[in-house]
Design a protein around this ligand. Structure first.
Ligand code: UDP
Length: 383
């Protein structure tokens, strides 16, 4: 009974298992897939030798010093800066929207101040408190840029109109009035030299940890453990009694090419005439390596059905009400804590996932010292 159970060997599960194993707990980790690292899984393509991000691109970036120090114990990060290109209306631009994008799109030679004034004049100032994705875009970049870069891409990605999505999704992307085309505004950014799966393997490589791959954890078995940390979908844990929560899943169409195919890591396709959202050329995620040939993925987004791998929680208003019902069931559990993107139904970046996993382990250790019950959630999933 002194054993801990971790469901899912992605970053949430692997970090919690590592921290608790280090403190002397015995930890059993279960994952239904045949590999660790969850959707961050990377593997070398046998034909080209390229390290492929099997479930789509993952770029590590963070402002969190603790997370950066922690993760650097398990890999060497190579310098990598994400510079995204986007095709719209038959032309190629730089993303996130920056001074080059603005000048090229409008055929101008603005300096930063002129560009900021120009874009401000395009914004719809009648929208005082943007709540939806569409309002956020119309308020801050105006209709032309919204329609060129965001509207169709977002409909393809999320399957709903941007007027039904929260502004928080667009707030992930900066708008810059200089020529900085770094997709992320974080202090630390890089790509692990030997991929993400190697990090998870090292986290789980501890005599107190046993890893059970290809095994689905049954909820009834929770009673055999002193504490369970579940990073699987919360609606699945409750057998979908409140219905399935909405997720988007992705399909990848591999394209092989001799030499170079698109010339950059990520190219977004913002028009609705192209059915995929983006194309990734994986050798560009490892710019320190040399590869003659190339493998690319075309990425298609669609509704996640039974049996599909959930990627993006949609979090429409109706789903938040459904989530609230699952959350209230979870809060009456005795020994189960829900973690990560699927356990808490939130759109989390890798660094946030790792940070929350560290916090969860800290919280468990403190609960053990003080005799307080471990909560079902360390951060409120409804917030
Ligand atoms: N987005 C868009 N056009 C783009 C890139 C992004 O409309 O060319 C929107 C889209 O709704 C996306 C969101 O901005 O889901 C956040 O983009 P991000 O690149 O963070 O998406 P991720 O890499 O997490 O899929």
């Amino acid at each position: 009974m002194q054993e801990i159970c971790v469901v899912g060997a992605g970053f949430s599960g692997a970090v919690i298992a590592y921290r608790l194993a280090q403190q002397g707990y015995r930890v059993s980790v279960f994952d239904r897939r045949p590999h660790v690292a969850g959707n961050c899984h990377t593997e070398r393509d046998t034909e080209t030798g390229v390290m492929v991000h099997a479930y789509g691109p993952h770029i590590f970036h963070t402002d969190n010093e603790r997370v950066w120090q922690f993760i650097n114990q398990f890999t060497t990060f190579e310098p990598y800066v994400n510079r995204v290109k986007a095709v719209t209306g038959g032309r190629v631009f730089s993303l996130p929207i920056n001074l080059l994008t603005i000048n090229q799109f409008f055929g101008k030679v603005f300096n930063p101040q002129q560009a900021a004034e120009f874009i401000a004049a395009l914004g719809d100032v009648s929208i005082t408190e943007p709540k939806t994705f569409e309002e956020q875009a119309l308020r801050f970049v105006g209709r032309e840029l919204y329609e060129a870069f965001f509207k169709a891409y977002t409909i393809k990605q999320w399957g709903v109109h941007p007027s039904e999505l929260p502004a928080s999704i667009l707030k992930r992307l900066p708008v810059r009035f200089n020529y900085d085309d770094n997709y992320f505004a974080h202090r630390f950014q890089g790509m692990p030299r030997d991929g993400y799966t190697a990090i998870a393997v090292r986290l789980l490589d501890h005599p107190n940890i046993s890893v059970h791959l290809g095994q689905t954890f049954e909820r009834a078995d929770a009673a055999h453990f002193m504490q369970v940390f579940s990073s699987g979908p919360i609606d699945e844990w409750y057998n979908y009694v409140e219905g399935r929560m909405g997720y988007r899943t992705l399909d990848f169409e591999p394209i092989r090419a001799e030499g170079d195919f698109q010339g950059c890591a990520v190219m977004n396709y913002c028009d609705d005439s192209v059915p995929f959202t983006r194309m990734t050329e994986h050798k560009y995620f490892s710019p320190w390596e040399q590869h003659i040939n190339s493998i690319c993925y075309r990425e298609y987004s669609r509704e996640c059905g039974p049996g599909d791998i959930p990627y993006y929680p949609i979090r429409l208003v109706a789903e938040k009400a459904q989530l609230a019902r699952y959350v209230s069931m979870a809060r009456s559990e005795q020994n189960v804590t829900f973690v990560g993107r699927l356990g808490t139904y939130r759109y989390l970046d890798m660094d946030v996932t790792i940070h929350e996993a560290l916090e969860t382990a800290d919280r468990f250790l403190a609960a053990q010292r003080t005799g307080i019950l471990m909560p079902a959630f360390v951060n409120d999933p409804l917030a």
